[in-house]
Design a protein around this ligand. Structure first.
Ligand SMILES: [Zn+2]
Length: 322
């Protein structure tokens, strides 16, 4: 049973997580299916440069093809050790307003936009060489990464991509902000995001996105991250983001974006969907679900990814027993 063997191999490399689900119930409630699609990687390496928002470093990123069942892995090429940092939720460490991964004492920050570009294009296996401790900001979206990856070309591999089909609600958060995975209503996974900044330039936005790579490119990939003017000023006072300008970071004043214009009227909510796609990529498998989120951020998104991995692992344990 090659599929089962591959699951067991994954289990061996994954930190064993405590489980609060009964494996038997989980196996019934959350079937793992072999999806129709095959794993994918890129045809050739492709390089992108830019500065990092938080550290101000100039950074070069190279996306490289990777063998099937490798997953996406960051490589700190600026370090002699060239430490590998797999894009897996157990490698996530807490940092404010961004997703950071760490392994063997090395870290790479703000990985979510590159991971969103890869997951949005259904590129499952990729080595991401980075010349610093933080991924570049680009224009605040993942448009440049998506364009580069498409120019590299995408190729199918022999192994099938595994999918977790959710058929029981998993919810993370509280009344103020939450995200949940619901059983999918259709064969297509969806993400719905509701953002509520109250009175002001961002206001109340909601977007629902039915996932496929073409729609991701058109509707999500170019949506940029954003800040309120007061938040941007506070960060500058703290010595953060000194290379950011109103042209490369969407900053909202009382009457709208400063020195910039919106790509979509609901660009902020669309960017939150971009973030969710990047954060849920830390599961390492496809999630067939309807994801619904209200004001959630990276902490809740990645906690949902962690809980989905628990379900995946306990399902595998049950599968192994069978
Ligand atoms: Zn973001």
């Amino acid at each position: 049973m090659p599929l089962l063997q591959s699951r067991v191999r994954r289990l061996a490399s994954r930190r064993v997580l405590s489980t609060f689900y009964s494996p038997l119930l989980v196996n019934v409630a959350f079937p793992l299916i072999k999806n129709a699609r095959r794993q994918r990687t890129i045809n050739q390496p492709v390089s992108l440069s830019g500065f990092s928002y938080w550290s101000g470093q100039d950074v070069t990123v190279e996306f490289h093809p990777a063998p099937e069942n490798t997953g996406c892995t960051f490589v700190r090429v600026d370090l002699d050790s060239r430490t590998l940092i797999p894009a897996a939720v157990q490698n996530r460490i807490e940092t404010p307003r961004r997703t950071t991964l760490a392994a063997e004492g090395c870290s790479v920050e703000m990985v979510e936009h590159a991971l969103s570009a890869l997951a949005g294009l259904q590129i499952d296996n990729c080595f991401i060489h980075v010349s610093g401790s933080e991924m570049p900001a680009w224009d605040g979206s993942c448009r440049d990464a998506v364009q580069a990856l498409c120019e590299a070309g995408v190729t199918e591999q022999d192994s099938e991509r595994e999918t977790l089909v959710v058929d029981k609600v998993i919810r993370v958060g509280d009344e103020q902000s939450w995200i949940e995975a619901r059983p999918p209503a259709t064969r297509m996974s969806t993400i719905a995001y509701e953002l509520n900044y109250g009175p002001g330039p961002i206001g109340h936005q909601s977007v629902e996105f039915a996932f496929n790579p073409e729609r991701f490119r058109e509707e999500i990939a170019s949506a940029r991250t954003f800040l309120l003017e007061s938040e941007a000023e506070a960060m500058l006072r703290a010595g953060i983001g000194e290379k950011a300008t109103y042209e490369n970071l969407l900053v909202f004043a009382e009457d709208g974006p400063l020195g910039n214009s919106l790509r979509f009227p609901d660009e902020c909510a669309r960017h939150k969907i971009l973030d969710i796609i990047g954060d849920l990529a830390l599961t390492g498998f496809d999630v067939h679900a309807d994801i619904v989120a209200y004001r959630s951020g990276h902490r809740h998104n990645t906690e949902l990814a962690r809980q989905l991995c628990e379900v995946y692992d306990t399902t595998c344990i049950q599968g192994q027993a069978v």
